[in-house]
Design a protein. Sequence first.
Length: 385
Amino acid sequence: MDEATVKNKILFEIDKQIDLLVKEIELLNYVNPINIESEKEKFFSSKYLTDPKFEYPKRDFDKFNLHKEFFKLSISKIEDETLRDFYEDIIYFYSGLIQCIETVGKGKKFYYNSLRSFGTPTENDVDNAKFILHFDSEDENSEFFKPKYSAKESAHFFREYSKKYDFTYQIKNSSAMGAIAMVSNSIQALVLNENHVFSDNEINVLTNHEIGVHMVTTMNGLLHPLKIFSHGFPNNEETQEGLAVFSEYMSGNLTVKRLKELAYRVLAVDSLAKGYSFSRTFRLLHNAYDLGREEAFHISVRAHRGGGFTKDYLYLSGLKKIYNYYKQGKDLSLLLTGKVSLEFVDDIKYMIDHKYAVNAKYITDSYAENNNCNKTVDFILENLK
């Protein structure tokens, strides 16, 4: 560490500057509408014809100044070529996120920036989604899937599960969320949707997904000499969400119902590329695919928030990539070192070997043993393209 610090003083200075800059740009803080519930009532009253008019949190940073600060960083002065190339990728990645944030709520402008940052489903992705929809879900009337626990009551289950790990975090509630739960990386907190009533299945899924992976990678990311592990590598969303759903699988909690939810998300994002409005995406899910209106609305919000947020298709493609990676006997712990990406595995090894990073302290509990007993889920994962 000492030698690396002396030799690469400029590297650590740049990393520190990026650390200060990116604390302001956690995209999910800006893209979740603050009036989801009231707009849902209006949308249902309109018989699914009038698109919601979502409102968003105010941006609290100077976009021009932030862009300027990123691009004046002296990346070319980093001695190590591998790390110089890596930090160049970082600059362009975060520049793209700033462009996303500055256009939240501005329709196609946001959509095109989202496309640049997250991409859009390929033909294979859409085929995989449609393949999953051929399978029957578990009995949704079973006790396991029934809503039972408020956000406040659910906090107890997360606290109990977290005793597996030697770290602490806050639990907060929010009424302005596109998801039913999420980890806020910037404040090391689990945020629960206070409008949602959680089932036993959702508690099992979310403990493994949110705490077992997202909180684990948040806490591991804080331990490195280089702070970029804490904020996120380029394209980290696909890897991070893939790891999180894979944790559901390994813990024995991944259901066909859940896989179908991920498939509907792919189709909702694909509808953006086809130019569908919110109401048309909703009717596709609700009428063509017979999805209940609450779930169809929820998935449509996730896809259309901001003006068209394409990130949601990455859960399924990420799951398949992580599943294949695991089947090849590769080291999952490297992907738990922080908010990292599969495509940068060699760089992670390089950074650990050269003492710019450390091995993961916290390892996802469910990865110790495969507890999946659902043969249909295995068949689906084996046969995704």
